[in-house]
Design a binder for this molecule. Structure first.
Ligand SMILES: [Fe+2]
Length: 196
């Protein structure tokens, strides 16, 4: 009787990571959607305080989850053509059914790249509007400085001003991204943020 020894797996797994050529990547954010309880309160916040123009209001009746629902769908534009979208349903029962969760952690947020002047203008308009519920505050992450604001729906927005050396920082991080991840997953939780 012959025995066949099991050969140890010495070959590395085939490379399955998709290529990340710019031409094959998603082009940009199209929109981010949320539910608002009050489209007009929301419009005043986004258009008058934050400064994003209302670029569309779709008013629709369609079958969603097995029933016809009447709803409005507003979109607020960013410079690259992307948008923040907000739904509100005409029927309070529909509104309750489709309502998005409130933030249960400040780490659940959506972030926008802005110039420093834009960030300062938003901060000043929020201060002028006297909106303590917006909980506006600035954090310096080293590689960027961020203004955090809570919208009338509980969604946290972050307006990011990148460090002047952002291209150098991005290049460094990209070079070691996989090694940094492997190190962290293996249990080495040393900070690599030398920009703070
Ligand atoms: Fe963030």
């Amino acid at each position: 009787m012959t025995q066949t020894a099991t050969q140890p797996q010495t070959q590395t797994q085939p490379q399955t990571r998709p290529q990340s050529e710019p031409s094959s990547l998603p082009l940009r954010l199209h929109h981010h959607a949320w539910v608002t309880d009050d489209q007009e309160v929301n419009r005043r916040f986004y258009e008058d305080v934050i400064g994003l123009p209302l670029v569309a209001t779709w008013t629709e009746r369609e079958v969603l989850s097995g029933a016809e629902r009447a709803y409005s769908h507003t979109l607020y534009g960013l410079a690259d053509g992307s948008a923040l979208a907000f739904f509100q349903f005409a029927d309070p029962k529909d509104q309750e059914e489709f309502k998005t969760d409130i933030n249960v952690t400040p780490l659940r947020h959506i972030a926008f790249k802005v110039e420093a002047e834009t960030q300062e203008a938003i901060r000043e308009r929020i201060a002028a509007a006297g909106a303590p519920e917006a909980n506006a505050h600035v954090l310096d992450h080293g590689y960027c400085v961020s203004l955090y604001v809570t919208d009338p729906n509980g969604l946290i927005l972050e307006f990011v001003v990148d460090h002047p050396d952002v291209e150098k920082i991005d290049a460094e991080r990209r070079t070691t991204a996989h090694a940094d991840l492997a190190r962290w997953v293996a249990g080495d939780h040393t900070s690599n943020n030398d920009w703070r």
